[in-house]
Each structure stands twice: as C-alpha cells, then as structure tokens.
Design a protein around this ligand. Structure first.
Ligand SMILES: [Zn+2]
Length: 684
C-alpha cells in the first residue's frame, strides 16, 4: 500500500468534507452546498463515499478525491495537500522540508562520491598487479564471469592505509566528506586501542594531526577497506549506498565488513541485489533470500535473478515491507547451521558469532510468523545441503538450486522437522520438549485451518494424541488465540494513529469501506496512466481519436484520483519539453510517496503489447469507459438535483436540466464511439 492509499484508507471523505460543508445523506451518497461557488437554493455538491470522491454538478462542474478537495479549498498544490492530509491521517511521509531537501542534496553528493569509489576500486581490481590475484580468485574460485564482475561493479581495495584517502583528496574531496561516506575512518590518537591489522600503529606515516601538546590526542585518518574485495551496495532504486567488503587473506578479521551506518547506508533498510532483482521478483512472483553478497551474484549469473540478501544482520520488518512491495512470496534459503540453530528456532534474539558467518541469524521463526500474519505474506524456508553455499550448489548444478527452492516449507513445519531431526521420538521427554517449543508457534498462526493442520501434523510427528498435545499448553496461551492478529501494528509500519481519528470504530469502518471501494474503481485509471507513463506520445494519438469522434481532448478531469491527475499533468509536460527523456522527466519530479504510485503503475503495465495500434485501441476504449462512468454518475445525480429543485421551485431546476441534456448528448457520442470500437474489434 502506498502512503497515498494509506491516507485514503484512513480518512473518511464524508467526515473530511463535513468539516466545511454541511452534508445530508441522500440514498447512499451525501449532498450539500458547493463550497467553491456562490450558492443557490439546491445543494449541487455530492460526495460519493463508495468511491471516495466528490463532484459539483453546479457552476464548477468539477470533482475529485480528498486530495483534490483540499487542494481546491486551500489553494494548495498536490505536495502541500499530501503533507497536510498525511499529518491528519497520522501517516509518516517523507515529503522533504527545506532541511530535508538540503540533506537530500548532501546525500546526492555522498552517492556521487561512492560512485567514484566504485570506479576507483574497479580500476584497482582490473588494471593493477595487486588486483590481479583477487580477480583470478573471483574468476576461478568463485566462478564469476567478467561481465558479471563488471555488472555488479566488484572492486578491490589495495593493501594500504591511505591509497583511497589520497586519491580522493587529490580529486578535491574534503576529509569530512570522506569520513561521512564511510570510505575512511578516524581514530583519535591517544585512544588505548591496540594496533591490530585493522588499525595502523600510532607511528603510522598517515598521522596527519599536529604533534600532540601536553598529550592532547590528535586525529588519525586512514582507509577503512584494505586488501579486500569490495561489493557496491545499492538501494532498491539502484542508488549507491555503501560497500560490503570481504577478506582476501583468510587470516584477516573480520571476515566481512560493511560501510558504517550513514544516512544513506542503513543496514536494516537495504537488501543487497534488490535493484537488479526487483523485476524478476515481480515476474516470478517470488523473492529468494540467501545469506551472502557473493552468493547473490553467483545466483544472478546462473539466471536466478530473483535473489537478494540482507546486510549481515537479522531480517528487519523494514526489509520485509520493502520486499512486500514486489511480491508476497518469500523463500529463505538458509545454511543448515542457521536453519537448525535451536536458539533461532525458538525465536530467541540470540546473535550468532559473526567470525565465521557473514550474518546474524536471518531466521527468527517467531518474528517471521508475526510478519507473515500481519502482511499476509507467504514465507517459506528451505535449507542447503550441509557444508555448501548457494554458489557451490548453483555452480555444480543449476537444476539442484531449483529443487532446493521447490522444497521450501512453511515456517512452522520447518521448525517441527528441524527440532525432530535426529532425535529419539520414542522418548517422552523429547516429545514434551519439542511440543513445548512448537506449540507456541502454532498458536501464533492466525488462520484456524492452518493451525489445526499444524497441530495434527505435530501430533502425528510425535505420535501422540492431539488432545494430549493441547493439554500441554498452559491455558493463558490457549486463550490468546482469539486475539486478532492480522491487523497491522502501527509501530511496525512506521505510522502513528492520529488523535481523534482511530478511537471511533464507525469512522474506522467507513474509512475501510472507502479504501476498498476506491481500489475497485481505480484499475481502469491506473491502467491508462500506467500506459501513458510508458508511452507518453500516445496522448497525442488518443486526443486525435477523441476529436475525430466529436469528443474533447484528454484532461485531468478524466481521472478521479488526485495522484493520477498530478502524474498525468507531469506526463503532459514531459512531452512538451525536449531536454529529458519523458519518463525521467516525470520520475525526477515525483516525491517519494508518489514514486511508489508511479512504480506500481509501471509494474501494472510491464507486459505491454508490442503492437502499438492494439495498445492505442485498448487505451481509447478504457478512456471512453471512464468517461462513460463519470457521465452516467453525473446524469443520475443531476436528475436527483433537478427533481429536488423543482419541488422547491428553485430556478436552478432549468440549469440542471440543461446540464443533463449536455451530459446526455456527450454520452450518446460516447456510446457511438464505444460502438465503433466494439464493431472494429469484432471484425478483427
Ligand atoms: Zn461548485
């Protein structure tokens, strides 16, 4: 759900409009006096709670959704309306304030610096004698092809305290920039740290501070990454965020090293490889999570391009939400150690020692089950053959990887099998121990049918009576089952509930029904806008088709949702300029929540028919259908308004009648046009 959808689902249009317009229920809709034009005796302003829209059938003859309403009422543009309604709805938005804007520019500068670093490290890998053995290692030991190494931007950080530092200082970057980027690191001299392979000795020639006075410490700056394979890490949009670094020399520690936490490198929010995997994840409707960057690369090379990896930490809700935008089917491919670790099976947050492993446990049964329930995702677990990494498997036989994925099991079942593996199930103590660990997990499963199935399976596995199994559970746990679990916890989504909004249950329901209705009325709109995003030039051809049939050209009013209107305006602008490629023109001007909308639209129209005439025909038909709906709705309400004003002897009655007539004429033209299209496609 995008932030915009979230806002719409939380705000009730009737309640919102009621704050400035007195509304009266008429049938399933509400009417009132239009706040945008001088009033007459009959209310010409209608709110449609089902679709979350409003319309003035009087002088304005205009309508839209909640955003359009506040835009018009307050004279705001879309971003302003978005900010205000987000606050009202208690949805946290990343709409930049001036400070954030400044920060964003700083981040852009950081990303640019990191891009330069990618080039620098790649040069070290490919063109230097020091990089040669590392390149050979990647090619021979890891089986990576040159174009894979290039595509993923792999590099080599030379064995030096200051090669990176000096290179970028000579290019005019300040020390502070380099520190902020995480490429270099600082030590206050006088710290009681021992010099290790990871820190230079105090006498190191790099010490660049002034000589100490009276033992006052001075700063020492040195390269963070030395003699390591460097793996650029990008966010889901492909923007540089930081580096992962892996040792070359087996003696070095730590084995894996990431960029430090910076504003653009947040380990809990990034997923390695997602920028390259997102398309395949959507196509295959599955995301596969492995535990290493080089494994991701090897799997992509073998054609399994829906693979990603967390950043050496346990999976976070943020990462799973990010993933949920692309698919709800997630498979964790774990090495058997992690998958069978008793502590993580019980869902305890015990970190594994990271000396040998790239990561903390990815698998936290309880946490993942909770996530699965909250977001209605489908999370499965599969394990690798003992002692093998994904890249070993796929280099040996790609079909085997496919088999491993095919063996993925639901979380609870995985835990059951892992706990039972190699145990003496005739021993009552063992049975009891396993039941005590699995039953709480089963109780966390929100679906009663699934829950029963798991209980039966557990009973069969342990060869006990299911009723006996239930008896082992303390009563307090059993009753927890009735608590609703599928609701999204506000803290986890990063939204807070607005005061005065959440407590009213009736409002909650109204908000929900609005969002449900809106999502059923907008597919045609999203389809059309999605096509225009991809093929903006079709606007001209659609306009011509409309005009040939005596219909008006495309306009914002053809779309009811404000975010679509805003995007449509940008698309129109994009084809009137020639400096930038139209899609980029549009995307560059979108705020983050709007990016989500555009992203979803592009996704909808990914499989566009290559036959342009077909696309056009389909598009015109969809747009005619949209207009037909609007007109029908309009006529219905004009009739209602006319009858009401006739009863009250209002002179507006004639005006409504005239509007109705105009609407009917247009509708007839529309039917003719729609008829032509149906005939034409019938002939073809
Ligand atoms: Zn009006």
């Amino acid at each position: 759900m995008t932030a915009i959808d979230e806002i719409k689902s939380r705000l009730d249009i009737v309640e919102l409009v009621s704050q400035s317009v007195q509304l009266r229920k008429t049938g399933k809709n509400y009417t009132g006096f239009c706040p945008f034009h001088a009033n007459t005796r009959t209310p010409a302003f209608v709110v449609f709670p089902d679709s979350g829209t409003w319309r003035c059938f009087g002088q304005c003859n205009e309508g839209g959704d909640i955003f359009k309403f506040v835009m018009k009422k307050e004279g705001w543009d879309f971003p302003e309306a978005l900010r205000a309604l987000a606050e009202k709805a208690g949805v946290t938005l990343k709409v930049p304030t001036p400070q954030e804007q400044a920060a964003a520019e700083e981040y852009d500068a950081l990303r640019l610096l990191l891009e330069e670093a990618v080039t620098f490290y790649r040069h070290q890998l490919v063109n230097t004698s020091a990089g040669k053995p590392v390149l050979d290692y990647l090619r021979q030991k890891r089986g990576l092809k040159d174009d894979t190494i290039e595509a993923f931007g792999l590099g080599y950080a030379p064995l030096s305290w200051d090669a990176t530092l000096n290179y970028f200082k000579n290019k005019g970057h300040s020390e502070q920039e380099l520190i902020d980027s995480g490429l270099v690191t600082v030590r206050e001299q006088g710290d009681q740290h021992l010099a290790t392979s990871d820190q230079p000795a105090d006498q190191s020639p790099v010490a660049n501070g002034k000589p100490t006075e009276g033992g006052r410490p001075h700063r020492q700056i040195y390269d963070r990454f030395r003699h390591r394979i460097l793996i650029p890490i990008r966010d889901e949009r492909g923007r540089m965020a930081g580096f992962g670094a892996r040792i070359v020399n087996p003696e070095d520690v730590p084995k894996f090293l990431n960029s430090p936490q910076t504003p653009i490198f947040d380990k809990g929010r990034l997923l390695y490889g997602l920028d390259r995997a997102r398309k395949a994840i959507r196509l295959t409707e599955q995301a596969v999570i492995v535990e290493g960057y080089l494994d991701v690369i090897a799997l992509h090379q073998a054609g399994f391009t829906n693979t990603i990896s967390p950043m050496g930490t346990a999976l976070t809700d943020h990462q799973l939400y990010l993933l949920k935008r692309f698919t709800k089917n997630i498979v964790l491919a774990l090495d058997p150690d992690a998958a069978g670790d008793k502590a993580t099976l019980r869902g305890l947050q015990l970190a594994r020692q990271t000396m040998d492993h790239e990561s903390e446990p990815v698998f936290d049964a309880r946490g993942l089950l909770g996530f699965e329930a909250r977001l209605q995702a489908d999370i499965r677990v599969t394990t690798l053959p003992p002692g093998m990494d994904p890249d070993d498997v796929v280099n040996r036989d790609p079909a085997e990887w496919q088999r491993i994925l095919g063996n993925a099991k639901p979380i609870v079942q995985h835990v059951m099998e892992m706990l039972a593996a190699g145990r003496n199930l005739d021993d009552p103590k063992v049975k009891n121990e396993i039941a005590a660990q699995v039953l709480p997990l089963i109780e966390d499963v929100p679906n009663p049918v699934e829950r029963d199935t798991y209980r039966q399976r557990l009973a069969r596995l342990l060869r006990v009576d299911e009723r006996a199994l239930m008896g082992t559970l303390p009563p307090s746990r059993r009753s927890r089952r009735s608590a609703p679990r599928s609701t999204v916890s506000p803290q986890k989504v990063g939204v807070r509930s607005a005061p005065g909004l959440q407590p009213s249950p009736s409002l909650g329901e109204a908000g929900l029904s609005t969002s449900v209705a809106a999502s059923t009325t907008s597919p045609v709109e999203s389809h059309c806008i999605g096509i225009f995003l991809r093929r903006p030039d079709l606007i001209y051809r659609v306009d011509r088709a409309m005009q040939e049939r005596g219909l008006t050209r495309l306009a914002n009013e053809d779309f009811q949702l404000a975010e679509y209107q805003a995007i449509f305006t940008l698309i129109q602008e994009s084809i009137e300029q020639e400096d930038v490629e139209p899609l980029n023109y549009v995307l560059n001007r979108l705020s983050l929540p709007m990016m989500d909308v555009a992203d979803a639209l592009l996704h909808r129209t990914e499989k566009l028919d290559p036959n342009e005439d077909k696309v056009l025909e389909d598009l015109v038909r969809a747009l005619l259908e949209l207009r037909r709906r609007h007109l029908r709705q309009g006529i219905e309400h004009l009739r209602f308004l006319m009858e009401e004003s006739q009863q009250q002897g209002d002179r507006m009655a004639t005006e409504y009648q005239q509007s109705m007539l105009q609407y009917t004429v247009t509708l007839n033209r529309l039917y003719q046009a729609i008829g032509q299209y149906t005939e034409r496609s019938a002939i073809q």
